[in-house]
Design a protein around this ligand. Structure first.
Ligand code: MN
Ligand code: MN
Length: 290
């Protein structure tokens, strides 16, 4: 699907030989504040050319690594179409245990991705780690239950609330506070993360989930706006890129897939897209090294 030059840097292996697949989902149909995340896949790919293909920290060169950029999905006209149709594309990307990295788009893309992973693995083996400033735990938002603001709630219903952990939270409504108390969602506030040893906290999360396979979703607004200003709903007092990098290093062996969502290029100075591209490189390196 992707043209040469519009692909993620060095992601030029054929799909059949690839161990990592990159997919863009240019959808921002339920954005509530700053829209524009539909432009993120193109911007993040563009910024990927800034970085060396050799990641010195991991002594890993992604230049000749088996990575395929399958391009973007079509532009879905509604969130219900996205939820219904995205799995078709996801299936071909994750067969043969390929590791899929999906670039959003807004957070609503995560539900159909996890749904497809559940179809292709034993559902009881899968847990979700949800990096986000927001809980996204509303029953419904603006009359839309598949809104980006309801994704963690839908995921909790799908995988079981005991198989999802939110990290970096610092914004939720009174309704969500009540729901998470009733449903006993496990989450770590950003202030707790900032005062803890992140590696310890992630290991504790893995013990709690007690599953073989982890799906990782990264809403870029989990980071402080000082690092990631160009997001749909910025929230201050956030995490640092070091937190997220440390978490990825620990999680990599368990990961079956990941997404990076909510980068909004019209509100960005280029840095948020570049940082997202760097996290994709970090995910690839940690997944493929050794
Ligand atoms: Mn979110
Ligand atoms: Mn968020």
């Amino acid at each position: 699907m992707a043209d040469e030059g519009s692909i993620f840097a060095d992601a030029n292996t054929n799909l059949s030989d690839a161990k990592v697949v990159i997919l863009g989902v240019p959808f921002d149909g339920t954005s509530s504040h700053r829209s524009g995340s539909a432009q993120a896949p193109a911007e993040i790919r563009k910024e990927s050319y800034n970085f060396e293909s050799y990641l010195s920290k991991y002594k890993f060169d992604i230049e000749n690594a088996p990575i395929h950029d399958i391009g973007n999905t079509k532009e879905f006209s509604s969130v219900s179409e996205l939820v219904a149709r995205l799995p078709e594309t996801i299936r071909e990307c994750i067969v043969s245990d390929r590791f899929l990295i999906t670039i959003g788009g807004e957070h609503s893309i995560t539900l159909p991705i996890v749904k497809t992973h559940l179809e292709m693995h034993k559902p009881e083996d899968i847990g979700v780690i949800y990096f986000d400033a927001h809980l996204d735990f509303r029953e419904s938002y603006l009359d839309e239950k598949y809104s980006h603001a309801c994704v963690a709630r839908r995921l909790a219903e799908l995988v079981g609330v005991q198989r999802i952990v939110s990290v970096g939270v610092r914004s939720y409504s009174a309704e969500e506070a009540e729901a998470l108390g009733n449903m006993k969602l496990r989450f770590y506030e950003a202030d707790v993360v900032n005062k803890s040893e992140i590696k310890k906290l992630i290991n504790e999360t893995l013990d709690y989930l007690n599953v073989k396979k982890i799906y990782l979703t990264i809403d870029m607004d989990v980071l402080d706006p000082a690092y990631a200003p160009g997001v749909g709903n910025p929230e201050y007092f956030g995490l640092t890129p070091w937190h997220l990098r440390d978490a990825i290093e620990i999680l990599a062996p368990s990961l079956i897939g990941a997404d990076i969502v909510e980068v909004s290029p019209p509100y960005d100075n280029g840095n948020t897209a570049a940082l997202a591209a760097q996290f994709i490189q970090i995910l690839i390196s940690n997944k493929l090294k050794d």
